[in-house]
Ligand binder design. Sequence first.
Ligand code: ADP
Ligand code: MG
Length: 553
Amino acid sequence: MPTDIEIARQATLMPIAEVAGHAGVPEAALIPYGRYKAKIDVGLLPTKPRGKLILVTAISPTPAGEDKTTTSVGLSDALHRIGRKTLLCLREPSLGPCFGVKGGGAGGGRSQVMPMDEINLHFTGDFHAITSAHNLLSAMLDNHIYWGNTLEIDLRRVTWRRVLDMNDRALRQIVGPLGGVSNGFPRESGFDITVASEIMAILCLAADLADLQQRLGDIIVGYRRDRTPVFCRDIKADRAMTVLLKDAILPNLVQTLENNPALLHGGPFANIAHGCNSLIATRTALALADYVVTEAGFGADLGAEKFMDIKCRMGGLAPAAVVLVATVRALKMHGGVAKKDLSAANPDAVRAGAVNLRRHIENVQKFGLTPTIAINHFDTDTDEELAVIQEMAGQFGADAVICRHWAEGSAGAEELARIVAQKADADAPDFRLLYPDDMKLAAKIETVATEIYRAGSVAITEPVRRQLQQWEEMGYGQFPVCMAKTQYSFSTDPGATGAPVGHEIAVREVRLSAGAGFVVAICGEIMTMPGLPRVPSAESIHLDENGQIEGLF
Ligand code: ADP
Ligand code: MG
């Protein structure tokens, strides 16, 4: 099998106007960015939703890979193949992981979105715009302090940091400005990766430009000595930030290897934020197509839960079907097999690891939906191992379909597409959110921890409880909670694979994203600025003698 970029290079792409035509986007609404990318002026499109929303999520991630993006692309292409008008909605990749270890975010094998090199690099500049808008607020904030600090911001309680779209651990904690009177007042601060910016979360949850500006104004940048908040609006940055984001808020149209349309828009971190593409893109897709396939970050305990409880809640969306991606290899790891031994057949380990799959199926059922299991086929899988997954899924009334879209493109996911389309077409499922808006914030955290993570106890410290209560008094009690926890386990111990029970979930810290509209509950370590590995992929990314990019997977 050729590499992802070799396959990508051989693709025959359609001019973007033609792709738009197939997607039902009129020429007038198309803002081309070169030949194969375009932004869409959503103001010129229908708004009435007609499509069925299909969520692609996965079992708990392992280093063996689960491949949600690849499966989302394969499923969308396969729906087209069986004659269903479909739009794919994905996130835009961040530069950090691209140069680090994870690789690209455009799918893989014969299920990719194109042009994958541009998508993985600067694309249409949305992340640069978000970075600029974020740092404009940082600069204006420090400038306000420099010119006398009439808002009386407590320098020790500035919460707004700076961002960069790069994995750079050297910037996690900094002290500045240094260098004397003319540079300002030194204080501790730091950088986060752009996808962890609250502005990214806001862009992905905003209904339109006016709502975006409102939410930007609502951002809390720090506190006074009396603990009252200072807002972005007080710094008077919200309007200029909106100007910087006026194009970034428009969804990006691209195509798959099979020339089917895809909207790539936004990419919030799935830990400190909610990890889904933009609401604007999803709504646009629902108005244009009969089926909309979208992906949520990490495993279903984090990604699907936040998709439902944050994005669907705020956007008034209801998924019609859920696809849960599993692989033989990942289940073997959940069953205790080391990564180096994954190629050897081991149906017993698959059976042992399938407890993780079962737990995720049960969890999705709590939202009123039974997922369809997409078994992403790898060359090393044996028939016996595959049969174990189907048997285990069957015990929960879930279909498990073997999918070969990575190797074969849409032909390899046809059966999955038929089953999912049939489910989506059936009577609307009894979709429900996990908790109501008016539940207390601490109780919301406890609900997710016990219902989804199956914690035996939830430890919320007294200061954290007081903080939550204070936010309730300030009017933020209706917000959903955004859980920040390791993606590798249901517990807070990344090593506890499988389906742990009875563990304690300790909430160390809570953060208020007043503009995005959620409260982040931090359980365990949380990384908002990743580092690069010992040998980053950037070392092998280069231009060959013909000026073509090599090494982008
Ligand atoms: P996720 O969205 O879950 O992070 P991706 O879909 O981006 O994962 O896939 C990660 C990588 O795994 C991609 O480079 C892809 O080419 C590879 N991959 C996906 N499916 C298969 C498969 N069936 N066999 C081999 N490699 C695969
Ligand atoms: Mg992905």
